[in-house]
Design a protein around this ligand. Structure first.
Ligand SMILES: Nc1ncnc2c1ncn2[C@@H]1O[C@H](COP(=O)(O)OP(=O)(O)O)[C@@H](O)[C@H]1O
Ligand SMILES: [Mg+2]
Length: 243
């Protein structure tokens, strides 16, 4: 159990590193560029203090932007040692679609639920697992909105598999993914979207694996995609020790 906990921490650290590297690069580049500009203005004879001040003001703003990034990342991964408790995955699924209700309605997405009533809680990080479901649903909606098709169907399922696992699946009726590209979609920075980060699925997989589970995808490359993650049902002993 200690080994697993250590692995979980490593996976979390990895996910955090990837996210920070990606998000922080832009303000850092801006800070260096603006510092160069300020130095150039100050190096003139006579120095142009107004221009230098403007560049320094930009550096200050870039600094704030960078610290906002850390706030966002803390919200996603923070306090991971504390937040291990029994999670009701049905509730997570419903809370995600609830928060996206407006978006789903606006694009005419019809949502079908098949949520098992025999669900046992899994032990995990609520914020992280919610982030996984949110990312998968968000990708599904973005995929369906990218086509002109009138029929947009989102299927959300939870099911007990075997004696000790729970499966959550998110299926859409979008364009799907070329089966040869399926594994690549999980790599960091792989995105087919103009403003995509390509981090969603990479982070989802790290979170799921950090919970001792698996995240997989299937698609025939034309009639939608199905993403499914399987998590081990938590032992009651561990649940009892949690807040
Ligand atoms: N439900 C889906 N249907 C079709 N393609 C998908 C779906 N989910 C993910 N993808 C593909 O996988 C890529 C990576 O997804 P993700 O890691 O979430 O990054 P992003 O959403 O920022 O592009 C997407 O750009 C898209 O090409
Ligand atoms: Mg995404």
């Amino acid at each position: 159990m200690l080994e697993r906990e250590r692995d979980n921490r490593l996976l979390n650290a990895q996910a955090v590193t990837v996210a920070i590297a990606h998000e922080i690069r832009q303000p850092l580049t801006a800070i260096v560029t603006n510092a160069d500009t300020a130095l150039r203005w100050l190096g003139r004879t006579p120095p142009d203090h107004d221009e230098a001040r403007e560049a320094l003001t930009c550096i200050k703003e870039d600094g704030y932007r960078a610290s906002d990034v850390f706030e966002g990342i803390r919200a996603l991964f923070g306090r991971s040692g504390v937040e291990r408790y029994p999670i009701d995955l049905n509730r997570i699924v419903l809370s995600v679609t609830d928060s996206l209700k407006e978006e789903l309605d606006r694009h005419g997405v019809v949502t079908h639920y098949e949520l098992t009533t025999e669900l046992s809680p899994v032990i995990g990080h609520g914020i992280q697992l919610r982030e996984v479901v949110f990312n998968l649903v968000n990708n599904a909606v973005e995929a369906m909105v990218s086509t002109t098709s009138e029929s947009r169907v989102l299927r959300l399922r939870t099911a007990v598999c075997g004696r000790n696992e729970i499966a959550v699946s998110v299926q859409d009726s979008g364009p799907g993914i070329d089966p040869r590209q399926l594994e690549k979609a999980f790599n960091a920075f792989v995105s087919t979207k103009a403003h995509g980060t390509g981090l969603g699925l990479a982070i989802c997989r790290m979170i799921v694996e950090g919970h001792g589970g698996r995240l997989t995808a299937s698609s025939d490359g034309k009639s939608g995609a199905l993403f499914q993650f399987v998590l081990p049902i938590g032992s009651t002993d561990r649940a009892a020790g949690s807040p």
